[in-house]
Design a protein around this ligand. Structure first.
Ligand SMILES: NC(=O)c1ccc[n+]([C@@H]2O[C@H](COP(=O)([O-])OP(=O)(O)OC[C@H]3O[C@@H](n4cnc5c(N)ncnc54)[C@H](OP(=O)(O)O)[C@@H]3O)[C@@H](O)[C@H]2O)c1
Length: 250
């Protein structure tokens, strides 16, 4: 088996389900020791850890709310204690909701901006604060919606456009330390989150598929290999990039 991430330590936020679980599993299969972060879904996180260890990998579940600096400190401390310096960080945790511009509330705004942008900034800070770090890779989850600007997504896509900007700027600031920062921009995908909101099987999902040149929704398994590539030495010359893994959707 090809294990380009041997002896590396990864944190994947929001990895109890969906795309985060797919990425955590793929990083572990590529040899990384993986911290499966979750906020509330202990059962899902334990399931992902079991799946990884059953396949011969190394993983640990750690609860932390990425919106809280103290929680992020606990997350990094647990990862470092178990596995050493964290040199792969995947910022996957996010919340999304869709609706007309006129219906967006301040609570919606706080929840999405705090999780999607502030959570990403806090964890990037925590990775960079490690003074014993060698080369490292940060991967932020964006969305193809930052290019296609779909209806009813003004708040969510704006938070991810902010993540794109933070990614490009962090890539410049952290490059002198050998820390690469990139983003993956997924298409609309079949995940626990999109199922829970009733999207899968709805007319909106049909419209989304029609807008994806490769003709289907993404799945959590589609993103793991992309994350492995960005984390691995094969991507040593790639930083400050927004990689559209979206079946051609833009
Ligand atoms: N699915 C899509 O169509 C799609 C398209 C483009 C981009 N994306 C992006 O891809 C990523 C994953 O999407 P998904 O659909 O797989 O999501 P999902 O199924 O809704 O899962 C999201 C995960 O994020 C975690 N989370 C939420 N708030 C958190 C917080 N404050 N602290 C820690 N964890 C938190 C949740 O944890 P708990 O369950 O433990 O509470 C959950 O496990 C997101 O960044 C999303 O924006 C998704």
């Amino acid at each position: 088996m090809d294990t380009p991430l041997q002896n590396r330590t990864a944190i994947v936020t929001g990895a109890a389900k969906g795309i985060g679980a797919g990425i955590a599993t793929a990083l572990a299969a590529a040899g990384a020791r993986v911290v499966v972060n979750y906020r509330s879904d202990t059962t899902g996180a334990d399931r992902v850890v079991k799946q990884i260890t059953a396949a011969g990998g190394t993983a640990l579940a750690v609860a932390a709310d990425v919106r809280r600096r103290d929680d992020v400190a606990v997350l990094f401390a647990a990862a470092r204690k178990a596995f050493g310096p964290v040199d792969i960080l995947v910022n996957n945790a996010a919340v999304y909701a869709f609706g007309p511009l006129t219906a967006i509330t301040e609570d919606d705004y706080r929840e999405q901006i705090d999780t999607n942008l502030w959570g990403t900034l806090l964890t990037m800070q925590a990775l960079a604060a490690q003074d014993d770090l060698g080369e490292a890779s940060i991967i932020n989850l964006s969305t193809a919606g930052t290019a296609s600007h779909p209806l009813y997504s003004a708040l969510y896509v704006a938070t991810k456009s902010a993540v794109n900007s933070a990614t490009l700027i962090a890539a410049k600031e952290l490059a002198p330390r050998g820390i690469r920062v990139n983003a993956i921009a997924p298409s609309v995908s079949d995940t626990d989150g999109t199922r829970a909101m009733g999207f899968i099987g709805s007319p909106m999902a049909d419209a989304a598929i029609a807008d994806i040149p490769l003709g289907r929704l993404g799945t959590p398994d589609d993103y793991g290999p992309v994350a492995v590539f960005l984390a691995s030495p094969a991507a040593r010359w790639v930083t400050g990039d927004i990689l559209f893994a979206s079946g051609g959707q833009r």
